[in-house]
Design a protein around this ligand. Structure first.
Ligand code: ADP
Ligand code: MG
Length: 248
């Protein structure tokens, strides 16, 4: 069964066609990679799934519900969480506080001091946040300020902030961008581990090593169009894919 269905999506920026008749079916429980050269439209497509952009034409359905014209917050409430290309965390709060914050947004939809102190003192929320920090390997840093973390740790924290929301669909835009090989391999292991929770993932990725380690299906985007789709091992040697990368 598809968790996300994208049909004939088009999006232009001042005459530039960033997305051209994009169709995509994301199977529930899969790790679906979207690859393609720089400027192919990968981030634009992801932005259409989270309410940051609205396609000019076409449909995007999540579990049968249209995601078009509803707010990013409502999309998040429906079960879609996103890890950004650059981590969005609260540098002057502790790791534990950072992981608790998304539960507040999810529950109340707004940040009030009263709501925050309720969440902050809720032992169930604290237990859950600690458990997730343990999962991502950051529990021993729970009380330090997030701003002091390394780049790799910031990305792990951001992932924890997504997981605490119990998403049904997790969107990852270049989760290993700028990481060393060692940090990249740690992230692959981490994503495999959280895969055991059964969360469907869409991973936008440049690094083929990451794609072939994680993905169950690959869609190749070039110049705003899906030019090839299939199992990772079939995409590896596909001449259309090689041409898109060489030409891009
Ligand atoms: P990718 O993530 O695959 O590298 P993007 O989706 O970021 O590609 O960009 C696709 C194309 O759309 C590029 O040519 C880019 O310059 C253009 N583009 C993306 N966002 C905007 C925007 N907000 N305004 C104008 N052009 C944009
Ligand atoms: Mg991008």
């Amino acid at each position: 069964m598809s968790i996300l269905s994208v049909n004939n999506v088009n999006k232009s920026f001042a005459g530039l066609k960033a997305l051209n008749q994009v169709n995509l079916e994301v199977e529930e429980g899969s790790v679906h990679a979207i690859i393609g050269p720089n400027g192919a439209g990968k981030s634009t497509l992801l932005n259409c799934f989270v309410g940051r952009l609205i396609p000019d034409t076409g449909t995007v359905n999540f579990l049968g519900q249209s995601l078009l014209g509803i707010t990013p917050h409502a999309i998040n409430q429906a079960g879609v969480a996103r890890v950004f290309q650059t981590p969005e965390i609260f540098g002057d709060l502790t790791l534990l506080e950072n992981v608790k914050i998304p539960t507040l947004a999810k529950r109340d939809g707004a940040f009030s001091l009263r709501a925050w102190s309720r969440i902050d003192q809720d032992s169930l929320v604290t237990d859950k946040a600690e458990h997730i920090l343990e999962d991502v390997g950051l529990i021993e840093k729970r009380d330090i300020l997030a701003g002091s973390l390394s780049r790799g740790d910031k990305r792990r924290l951001e992932l924890a902030m997504c997981l605490v929301q119990d998403p049904k669909l997790l969107l990852l835009d270049e989760p290993t961008a700028g990481m060393s090989r060692a940090d990249t391999n740690n992230t692959i292991d981490l994503l495999k581990r959280i895969g055991e929770r059964g969360i469907t993932k869409i991973v936008i990725e440049h690094d083929m090593h990451v794609v072939f380690s994680l993905a169950t299906k690959v869609s190749v985007l070039a110049q705003g169009t899906v030019i090839a789709e299939g199992a990772p091992e079939d995409m590896k040697g596909d001449p259309r894919v090689q041409e898109a990368y060489l030409g891009g």
